[in-house]
Write a protein that binds this ligand. Structure first.
Ligand SMILES: Cc1ncc(COP(=O)(O)O)c(C=O)c1O
Length: 393
């Protein structure tokens, strides 16, 4: 019987969106071969889906992985990694400067008996000192969210090897265009594919890539808990992946220009972009990243939260929104947004201030982004001037 999608052998240019939840078995022999793992076949969406499988293979290739599991969100991907490899009594090392929702997941893991150690990214050179005999996993981000700190992935691998723990790197900020953690020694690489891989603010997805044996273990968890991505989002993600390298290159070029501009602005302090030579992690970033340093920048504006709010409200091109890595430039105050997952007393302990902003650079003309920031800064300057005692009524 000819394939109804390719009756004359002409293949569609994009992977078809297969919405089917279940598949009719051709016969009992095919059913047996699928269930025995002798052939790749589709039976039920929670197990596998051809549209999803196509993006899994594409992301695996980008990350130099043997295979990849794609799921419903970046946090689902992080959680798949935790649930697959951790058990009661294990120690998990997490960095404070990590996407905030990991804190919430850590509370669930603690309830299940996992012991958590929190470290500041600045302390990462001392990682070996924090590793204990029961440390089963170290999970890190580099550049980190939101402060764009850099952690040496190869050094972290040496540290985890002391006890045979797993090194997991969230590569969302760096993207596979600039950094491939598996090549640097990580055992697993995690992505919020909602961000630069998708790139257009229109899908949520997550990915965990690694060796075939890890794919099998992660697949078991995903099938059990039911976090397989839907076919439509997988198709959007496949579309995003086609332009991803072009977008990533442009974002990094833009970000460097914007960071250099910001460096000279009196209202900007604690500027953090790993591409700047005076960034404390610049040398490590140069060694483990290539083709640029990504599109994420963080900095403090003026003196307080009101200055940061005034600056953001004055922007016309850059959107005031969370998320990152998409075609448009986005800005937010982490203290009021991405860090709401943390109790207030934890939000500022590792360096995030109430006037810290996180800027995700898009693919606009760099001059347009700089012009917008410049006009917003001029208005923020006005707001700061208003605060001078002589200007108060
Ligand atoms: C670095 C990083 N990892 C993971 C996530 C979670 O991704 P998602 O929102 O797709 O669940 C985010 C979200 O912003 C992130 O920035």
């Amino acid at each position: 019987m000819s394939d109804p999608l390719t009756p004359y052998g002409n293949k569609p240019m994009v992977t078809p969106i297969v919405h089917a939840v279940n598949y009719e078995y051709r016969d009992f022999e095919v059913l047996r071969k699928i269930t025995d793992g002798e052939i790749d076949g589709y039976t039920y969406h929670r197990d596998d889906n051809p549209t999803v499988r196509a993006v899994e293979k594409a992301i695996a290739q980008m990350e130099y992985a043997e295979d990849c599991i794609v799921c419903t969100s970046g946090m689902a991907a992080c959680t798949l990694a935790y649930l697959t490899y951790l058990k009661a009594g294990d120690n998990l090392i997490l960095f404070n400067d990590t996407y905030g929702a990991n804190y919430k997941v850590s509370l669930i893991l603690e309830r299940l008996g996992v012991e958590i150690t929190w470290i500041d990214a600045d302390k990462s050179p001392l990682l070996g000192d924090y590793i204990k005999s029961n440390t089963a996993m170290v999970f890190l981000e580099t550049p980190s969210n939101p402060l764009c700190k850099i952690i040496d992935i190869s050094a972290a691998r040496k540290a985890v090897d002391k006890v045979g723990a797993l090194l997991v790197v969230d590569n969302t900020f760096a993207t596979p265009f600039h950094q491939n953690p598996l090549k640097l020694g990580a055992h697993l690489v995690v992505h919020s594919a909602t961000k630069a891989l998708g790139g257009h603010n229109d899908l949520m997805a997550g990915a965990v890539a690694g060796a075939k044996k890890d794919y099998d273990r992660l697949w078991f968890t995903r099938q059990a808990i039911g976090s397989t991505l839907d076919a439509y989002s997988a198709s959007l993600l496949e579309r995003g992946l086609k332009t991803f390298p072009l977008r990533a290159k442009r974002m990094a070029e833009n970000a460097l220009k914007v960071a250099e501009f910001l460096k000279a602005q009196p209202l900007v302090s604690r500027l953090s972009y790993p591409g700047l030579k005076d960034h404390p992690g610049h040398e490590i970033a140069r060694n483990q990243m290539r083709g640029g340093f990504g599109g994420m920048i963080s900095f403090d504006i003026g003196n307080d939260e009101d200055d940061a709010k005034c600056f953001i409200s004055s922007l016309k091109l850059v959107y005031h929104a969370v998320s990152l890595g998409c075609t448009e430039s986005l800005i937010c105050i982490p203290f009021l947004t991405t860090m709401l997952y943390l109790p207030p007393e934890r939000r500022t302990t590792f360096g995030v201030a109430k006037n810290t902003v996180r800027l995700s650079i898009g693919i606009e003309e760099p001059e347009q982004i700089i012009e917008d920031i410049m006009q917003a800064l001029s208005k923020t300057g006005g707001s700061m001037a208003d605060k001078k005692p002589e200007n108060r009524k």
